[in-house]
Write a protein that binds this ligand. Structure first.
Ligand SMILES: Cc1cc2nc3c(=O)[nH]c(=O)nc-3n(C[C@H](O)[C@H](O)[C@H](O)COP(=O)(O)O)c2cc1C
Length: 370
């Protein structure tokens, strides 16, 4: 393709894939796109092992990492936040009672502390934790770092530039994209409201061209609702240089999603992807479930601010739910694209079908436009 991002990274197609799963990252890059591994939920030892594995399986193809890094490094100080003391009892009780009433067994007392410690280990909320993971990642041949919580801080920009690593950042508004450009990013990701995970309130159709115009000629990746070639064509038609995708990989055999959650996704409609603060404390799209619905009750507390709600859900909810695979409560971040997920497929097939449909869309447009 005659495309600036393909040139920038030496990739065949400007299809970027965000995933928490190393297998997806490797397969997307091997299929000609760019796999990007999410560093949230990683601890240093596990990350080292994951990156070693990627390096030995990716056949020298480019890949990157995505980090949740606040823009001001001095914002928080210490290594681990003392989250335990910060959870109000009312909220703990709310989740406990909800799961007790639904018959979801409590964690065995003997294991509870170990389980909590393990959860905390994988929660990296402070800038220093994010930077530690990135320092480790930069010892591997990563080609791109994408920042999810604001513009990359100057320390990160300096380190990345010194190593020839390109930088991008997620934006939900044109003014965020302009800040990313000022901070030194090489491209921005315009994330529409229909996307899985954290999103702003503006939909892709409106957001993408607005951000493209705001930061031109800087390349923009369109994100939110891209799972097939016609949607890639739409992104290119709206001025994006490529796409950034997340939800579509969840349906693949390679994905980290358990068979039960995958089946729930196959049974879901687009509107079963709900935009809620109940999972992390920030507006986030996830698969609707009994936990999210419980917060609709008049007696429910308001979700806690991030990252506390996220910690509450993992510590008091998710671990209990997933241990016994309590169906009504099973959930995972996913965008409105979930309504278009019907069956399991492979990463390679998704990429190849995207390219085929993109070319068909181009031919159709050419025929129509004469
Ligand atoms: C399961 C899942 C987890 C996600 N976790 C993160 C994350 O840790 N960091 C991040 O920058 N984006 C995360 N996202 C959002 C993606 O980066 C991306 O913006 C989004 O998936 C694009 O929209 P789509 O889901 O419609 O493809 C996640 C998305 C999904 C589906």
């Amino acid at each position: 393709m005659n495309n600036s991002l393909c040139e920038m990274f030496g990739i065949d197609v400007p299809i970027f894939a965000f995933s928490h799963c190393r297998d997806v990252v490797v397969e997307v890059s091997k299929a000609g796109g760019m796999g990007v591994l999410g560093l949230a939920r990683q601890d240093p030892a596990r990350l080292e092992a994951e990156l070693d594995w990627i390096d030995s399986h990716i056949d020298g193809r480019p890949y990157g990492v995505d980090v949740l890094m606040p823009s001001r490094l001095e914002e928080t100080g210490g290594r681990k936040l003392d989250l335990d003391g910060l959870l109000p009892q009312e909220h703990i009780d709310f989740v406990r009672d909800m799961l007790d009433e639904a018959g979801v067994p409590r964690l065995p007392e003997a294991d509870e502390q170990d389980i909590k410690r393990e959860i905390l280990q994988g929660m990296n909320f402070t800038p220093r934790e994010g930077m530690e993971l990135l320092d480790l990642a930069m010892k591997h041949p990563i080609k791109v770092i994408v920042n999810a919580l604001g513009s990359p801080p100057p320390e990160l920009v300096a380190k990345a530039k010194a190593r020839g690593i390109r930088l991008g950042a997620l934006a939900g508004k044109p003014r965020h994209a302009l800040k990313h450009r000022e901070a030194g990013c090489d491209f921005v990701v315009a994330v529409g409201n229909e996307a899985g995970g954290h999103t702003g309130d503006v939909t892709s159709m409106v957001l993408w061209p607005a951000i493209v115009d705001a930061v031109a000629p800087m390349p923009v990746l369109g994100a939110g609702g891209v799972g097939r070639g016609r949607q890639v064509a739409a992104a290119l038609a709206l001025g994006c240089e490529g796409v950034w995708t997340g939800s579509v990989w969840l349906k693949t055999v390679q994905s980290e999603v358990t068979p039960e959650i995958k089946q729930k996704m196959f049974d879901a409609e687009a509107s079963d992807s709900v935009w809620t603060r109940t999972v992390t404390g920030k507006p986030c799209r996830t698969l609707n479930n009994a936990f999210t619905r419980a917060y609709d009750a008049d007696t429910a507390p308001d979700p806690l601010p991030a990252p506390l709600q996220n910690y509450l859900w993992w510590q008091e909810g998710r671990t209990r739910v997933e241990r016994v695979r309590a169906h009504d409560f099973l959930t995972y971040p996913v965008g409105q694209l979930v309504g278009d997920m019907q069956e399991e497929t492979t990463v390679k097939q998704v990429v190849y079908e995207m390219i085929d449909e993109l070319l068909d869309a181009r031919d159709r447009m050419n025929r129509m436009l004469g």
